[in-house]
Every structure is written in structure tokens, then in C-alpha cells.
Design a protein around this ligand. Sequence first.
Ligand code: ARG
Length: 473
Amino acid sequence: MKRSEKKSQASWGGRFSEAPSDLMLRFSESVSFDKLLARFDIEGSSAHAKMLAKTGIISKPECRQILAGLKKILKRIEDGNFAWSESLEDVHMNIEQALTAEVPAAAKLHTARSRNDQVATDMRLFFKYACGEILKKIGKLMKTLVDLADANRDVFMPGYTHMQRAQPVSAAHHVLAWVEMFARDMERFKFAAEAANVSPLGSGAIAGTTLPIDRLETARLLGFVDSETGEPVLTGNSMDAVADRDLFLEFSFACAVLGIHFSRVSEDVVIWNSSEFAFVELPDAFTTGSSLMPQKKNPDAFELMRGKSARLVGNLSALFTLMKGLPLTYNRDMQEDKPPIFDSFSQVCVCLDVLAECAGKIKFSKQKCAAAVSDPLLLATDLADYFVMKGVPFRKAHHCVGKIVALSESKKIPIDKLDDADVFAVCDAADKSWRSVFDLKRAFDMREKIGMPGRRQIAAQIAAWREILGKSS
Ligand code: ARG
């Protein structure tokens, strides 16, 4: 194509005597990634056309032609029969040009609209959709994890702080901790979806329009309505509407936190799967072998998930850096806001799918966990609590148990096998019943307050999650 022809293609070409260089076209195009917005762009354009017809800015037949043309273009795009052109910059211009080529009335479609409010609208529609998809997937993952917890109520294992054996928990309690993390992620995506539910359309490039548009109508048509009252919700300031990218940060933040959760859950699994722990066995379908060492079964799915979290945090960081210091309102820098968002969305989706699939297939080794949890030192705190119940101040009780632990170490006798006399010598409040502390059943039975790992608590939590998750789907 000659440069003079390119000039006439650009929708803003009027004031220019020279077309952009090929290098500039390649540098500035966004269609290679923003074509993902096509269906939202067409939805937005359709609503805009209807509004223009309703207010008499375009005629009803013109509107009908535009709508029919947009429908055809969407079909072509969905069928993969649409020729995207980099020289038309972005998704908006590609669609508009294709439409105008078939429907002359489409030359009126961009009336009272700018790509600035158009892209803000497209992205808000995208965020509502993306949050909905992610919420469904998190819900599915949570259900799988609740099933996993349910199936492993009787697998008792050490809980760790500082990667040191701390206190006994059950596999169910540990998995339910993950469920809590993902429940908070749900709240974050619900918040982002709610924040997205505001129509910027009609804000124009920066200061609205002199034409008699009806912003409430487009908001209503696009579903930017209050979920309770059904009333349309509009942005309140045309400058903020085209400059605001808070939602990008919020969505990306929600993805980054979810990524941190993927990473921490994965690290738990990687540790449990190591030969040193061997608390779990992972499904063959989500592990890989080594090209050199035949014995290896590597937890790649979980390692990748741990790795992907870096990317999700990186995307958030890129967006923060992009927006920092940008003057109001729209600046072309902001075109760079989309790749991190689309990347976070697709990575979060695939991680949620992978985790839901393979977490459901984790097999806990009851035996290995039981061997680890039989370490009586896991109940040292319970012994301190026992002394407290005998009236010893906690600080003193803690100190006494510390001495008893040291004694067990120096004598090389497990703490629960020490002589009564040794224990009585350290703590005169102790009586013969001190040894009863070293019983896992007792340890769990005594932890039946809300949020603790007692068996009835776990049963109640599982039932509560089933109720919540059943309702939300
Ligand atoms: N492709 C642009 C973006 O994503 C659309 C908005 C362009 N606006 C403009 N004034 N050049 O940011």
C-alpha cells in the first residue's frame, strides 16, 4: 500500500499531509492484542447506535443497517474470517472501517463518541465478563478443595511455623485454610466487578459532546445498572471517566494476590511431595519425569503455578508504573494498559483450571503423615496449657516445658517417656496425669472452639462451605 493511501485510511487523517511511517504503524498498533475486545466493542457500538437513533441523531433505518452490519462483523470475527489490519491501529478502527466499507451509514457511528470513552467502555465490559469467569472458576476450585478436605478429615499431620514442626493439625484443616484464602480472592473479584459496573460512554474525548445524547440509555442498554434498583449507573466526571485506570489496578491486584495464593499453596504441595516429607502423591497426569534421572516425578504443575505468580505480580507492577505521573486525561501510554491485564486474566484462568484438576487428585499418605505427627514435641504447648489449668502462670508454664524439652533432649528420651519424677522436679504443679497430654485424640478434642482443627469444627466448616458454595453456583 502506498503511503498516500495509508493516510486516507486513518480516521484522523484530515489534518495530516503525510502518512505515518511503517515503523510508526508497527510501533503504535494495538490491534494485535486489543482485538480481544471485539465483542465488547461491538456491544458498545450497537448500544451507541441505538441511542443515536432514539435521540434522532441518526435515522432508524441507518441504525438498523449499522446494527445488522455489526452483527455480521462479529460473526466474521468469531468464525476467524475477519482480516485484522495493523495499519488500522486498533480494534475500534478495524471494526469501524470494515463496517463503513459495507454500510455507508456507519460513517455516522462515531458521532458524539471518542475512542477514549469507547475503550474505557469496552474495558469495563471486559472486566465485568472477566471477573464473572474468574469467580466461576474460583468457586469450582473451592468445591474441589472442600471435597479434598472432606476426604482427609482423618489424616493428621504436623502444622509448621518457620518450617519447624509446631502443632498437630489435620490435612482437612490445612486444605480448609487454602479455601479461606480463595474465598477472600472471590471477594476481591466481586469488588472489581462492582467497580466496573459504571458507564463512561458519552464522556467523549475529555469533555463530553455538544450533541443531544442520552447517557442513561446507553448505560441501560449495556447493563451498567445497579443490581438492586435496576437504575443505570454513570461516571460523574468526563475527564476522570477517560483518565481513570483504577479498575485495571484493582483487577490486576486481585490477580496478583490470587497468584500469591497459588504460589503458597503450590509450595506447600511441593514440600509435601518431596521424598523427605512424602506426605502426598501427585497425579501422574500433572507431573513430569526427568530426561536424565529415571526415578524422578517432578511436581511441575505446582512449580509452574509458583512461577506464574511472579508474572502476575509483574503485571500489577507494570500497571502501577505505567499510571504513575500521567497527567489527566488520556495519554497514549495508556494503550499499554491492556497486555498486562489480558495476560493476568489468561494466566489466572489456566492456573485455576490446573489447580482445580490436580488438587482434587492429591493423595495424602495417612501413614507418612501419622509418623510425622506422632512426634510428641508437637504437644509441648498442650503441656504448657495443662500446667496453666493447674494454676501455673503461662510464662512460668512455658519456661517449665522448655526445661522438660531440654531434659528430653539431653537424656535422649522422648518427652512423653520421661519419668514422673523428672517432670515433678521441674514443675511442682504437675501430677500423674501430665502424660495424658500426649494423646492426639485429646489434642484435637480440646480444640473445638471456632476456627480450630477439632474434628467437629472441621465437620462444621465443611458443611458451611458446602452450603455457601452450593448457593453461589
Ligand atoms: N488504542 C487506544 C488505546 O487502547 C484507543 C484510544 C485511542 N485514543 C487516542 N486518543 N489515540 O488506548
